[in-house]
Design a protein around this ligand. Structure first.
Ligand SMILES: Cc1ncc(COP(=O)(O)O)c(C=O)c1O
Length: 380
């Protein structure tokens, strides 16, 4: 009789120790809505950690992207350059304002926007570029900023996966006009649902805090700068509750240990799978020398969809949950309706078909990782 094998999930939230303590403290304080002591502490920690002049805690990275679209005053027919290989929110936030996402192909090694293709896709209607830092590896930001400057475009870094990663020493999310981060339960640092908007363009700072607070100057009122707060501008409610902020504070305080443990797991996979790369059975990720990554994802690209699904199912039979990733947006029903592509996207399509992501989380044991490595080497 064969013994049941322990299942290794694809992802698992890691609790760092102080989450319940801080949540209980928030309950005891009696301040459960947004912008209490925990939110302020998280925002100041994010500013200290990254050097961004303004970090606004919001309820998701989706919310941060929607705020960026509103702050840019995006209008019907405006065009936004972005990869098709991304999460729906990158495009959706702009489609909500009537804009047209224009999809650019990605680099085969990092799966980040291919900056060499940007210039040819710019038209009179182009307003912004959205580099998505896939897997917590920075895009080629110097080249992107140069193009943005030349054509007077705004840059919004989708750094949903970018916490604790940097490009040429600069934390991801702090390089463009805006950075949007995610603290969703699948990310390195989690609040359950949560996100942050980094407003690096100081011209938009006051507008950003008004927009986030239902269009009012309540933030200025809380700082004692105005007696009463009033409706100033168009806005909405983007604040998370203090319960989420309390959870997030515990996570952020332990972020250094979390990223270190993830990098160890990532590096062990990378060393073990070199033989697959040499035998040309799989393409492994590349971290350019001027970037520090955060080990958010370990992926390999197999020959095609059939091969990827064969390996994924073989791993599943051994109790190991590996995963594909984004369905390219240009091939999705809404992508066809609301967006357009700049040329063909062969690298995107090949990567989306062939990608296999392996479990990476701090509580993955050495024995579990040994099992995963052995199974991948056997089946690929
Ligand atoms: C690249 C990218 N952008 C945006 C998001 C949306 O993040 P959230 O779930 O915090 O709204 C995700 C989520 O996985 C993502 O991967």
């Amino acid at each position: 009789m064969s013994l049941p094998v322990d299942r290794i999930p694809f992802n698992q939230v890691h609790l760092t120790g102080n989450e319940l303590k801080y949540i209980k403290q928030a309950l005891a304080d009696g301040h459960l809505s947004g912008d209490g002591a925990f939110t302020l502490k998280v925002q100041s920690l994010l500013r200290e950690k990254t050097g961004t002049p303004q970090a606004l805690l919001v309820h998701s990275c989706t919310a941060a992207l929607e705020m960026a679209a509103l702050l840019l005053d995006i209008k019907v027919g405006d065009e936004i350059l972005m990869p098709s290989y991304t999460f729906v929110s990158t495009a959706n936030a702009f489609v909500l304002r009537g804009a047209v996402p224009v999809f650019i192909d990605v680099h085969p090694d990092t799966l980040n926007l291919d900056e060499g293709l940007l210039e040819a896709a710019i038209t009179k209607r182009t307003r912004a570029i959205i580099p998505v830092h896939y897997a917590g590896v920075g895009c080629e930001m110097d080249a992107i900023l140069q193009i943005a400057k030349r054509y007077d475009l705004m840059v919004i870094e989708d750094a949903a996966q970018g916490m604790d990663a940097s490009y040429k020493g600069k934390p991801l999310g702090t390089i463009g006009d805006f950075g949007t981060l995610s603290f969703h339960a699948t990310k390195n640092i989690v609040a359950g649902e949560g996100g942050a908007l980094y407003v690096n363009n100081t011209r938009l700072r006051l507008h950003a805090e008004i927009l986030r607070e239902k269009g009012t100057n309540r933030s200025a009122h809380l700082r004692g700068e105005v007696d009463k707060y009033t409706w100033q501008e168009v806005g909405s409610s983007f604040l998370p509750s203090e319960l989420n902020a309390a959870m997030l504070l515990a996570q952020l305080e332990a972020a250094g240990d979390v990223v270190e443990r993830r990098r160890i797991i990532w590096a062990r996979y990378h060393a073990a799978f070199q033989e697959l790369a040499h035998a040309r059975k799989a393409r492994l990720p590349t971290i350019p020398a001027d970037r520090v990554h955060n080990a958010h994802i370990y992926f390999m690209i197999l020959a095609n969809l059939e091969e990827r699904d064969r390996v994924r199912l073989a791993l599943l039979e051994e109790g190991i949950v590996a995963s594909s990733h984004y369905q390219p947006l240009h091939s999705a029903p809404a992508g066809k309706k609301y967006c357009r592509t700049h040329g063909d996207l062969p690298v995107t399509e090949h990567a989306a078909d062939g990608i296999l992501r392996l479990p990476v989380y701090p509580d993955l044991s050495e024995a579990e990782q040994t099992r995963i490595i052995a199974a991948v080497l056997q089946h690929v």
